[in-house]
Ligand binder design. Structure first.
Ligand code: HEC
Length: 289
């Protein structure tokens, strides 16, 4: 605990880069130039490797594990089977194959932003799947395995989140942006304090990853989640919004909960946050600690 507080103080000194109203285009340009300055030599595509993009020693260890024994493989097979069993393909463009890079996506008819997982849940309901009996719920387990398989089928496609010049889309984008830069929790940290101002710094034994590329490998497969109960092959999977909850807890803030769905603020955050990874190839599911 003591160590965390010391790290917290060191991080809090960093000047906040926030507030000024900006456009999605300039947000993206500014973030890229900031990160490229911090990590010269790391190419845009490599940011999808998260913290391993900026740490050679950890990279080598992680890469050989990903290449030799990807621990998510059995779970992905289950994800594929369930995708077929529940007829998920018929709810999505292109039969649900190779589309992850376009999400979150603004729907001009409804005025809402749709995440892939949000649409997947709508699809399961529409297809009459008994969610309770099948033990399907947002964020983890079988549900996340289906989403992970869909993301896996989009590997190599570059993230391409579009924020159109529509006040409804901009309002959601700005809501996500605000959440990203707002201080919260007992430690009074914003997402940006850790992932924009201090990537590369240590927090206990963890090295902080840069914000660019953070979304490319989600749903991810984590050692930490694997032990969380249930079938470990599936328990290791978690969606991006599951990870948001973890990062909120890290600063002693309550993760946002929304009965029966995704919290609109996390949807907005996902929209803003994923847009910052535009141009990074999808490489989900990524294995993480
Ligand atoms: C106190 C510092 C801290 C804050 C604040 C914080 N995070 Fe994190 N975050 C971490 C650490 C530590 C990790 C694990 C190491 C890593 O990949 O950065 C992590 C991991 C992540 C990951 C997974 C990265 C990967 O490669 O798998 C995402 C996504 C993420 N954070 C998003 C956020 C968002 C969004 C917020 C704001 C709601 C936030 N974080 C706030 C410390 C923080």
């Amino acid at each position: 605990m003591k160590k965390l507080i010391i790290a917290a103080m060191a991080i809090a000194i960093a000047a906040p880069l926030a507030a000024v109203q900006a456009s999605p285009k300039s947000d993206l340009e500014n973030m890229r130039s900031l990160m490229f300055k911090k990590f010269p030599g790391v190419k845009l595509a490599e940011y999808g490797n998260g913290v391993y993009a900026i740490d050679k020693v950890r990279y080598d260890e992680w890469k050989s594990m990903e290449d030799d024994f990807p621990p998510y493989e059995p779970g992905l097979e289950t994800g594929e089977k369930l995708f077929k069993k529940y007829n998920v393909g018929k709810c999505f463009p292109k039969g649900g194959i190779g589309i992850k890079q376009d999400y979150p996506k603004f729907n001009a008819k409804s005025g809402e932003v749709e995440t892939l997982e949000g649409e997947l849940m709508k699809c399961l309901k529409k297809n009459g799947v008994d969610l309770k009996a099948e033990k399907l719920s947002f964020k983890k387990g079988k549900f996340a395995a289906i989403a992970a398989w869909m993301a896996y089928k989009s590997r190599g496609n570059k993230i391409n989140v579009v924020v159109p010049n529509d006040p409804r889309a901009m309002a959601i984008y700005n809501k996500g942006r605000e959440f990203f830069y707002a201080k919260r929790g007992q430690l009074n940290f914003s997402c940006a304090d850790c992932h924009v101002h201090n990537p590369g710094a240590m927090l206990r034994t963890m090295k902080l990853s840069p914000v660019i590329g953070q979304t490319s490998h989600f749903p991810a497969y984590r050692k930490k989640w694997q032990g969380g109960g249930g079938n470990p092959e599936l328990a290791g999977f978690g969606t991006l919004q599951r990870r948001y909850g973890g990062c909120n807890k890290m600063v002693r803030a309550q993760p946002l909960k929304f009965k029966g769905g995704q919290h609109p603020t996390y949807v907005a955050l996902e929209y803003f946050h994923t847009h910052l990874s535009n141009g990074v190839p999808i490489n989900a599911p990524g294995t993480r600690q």
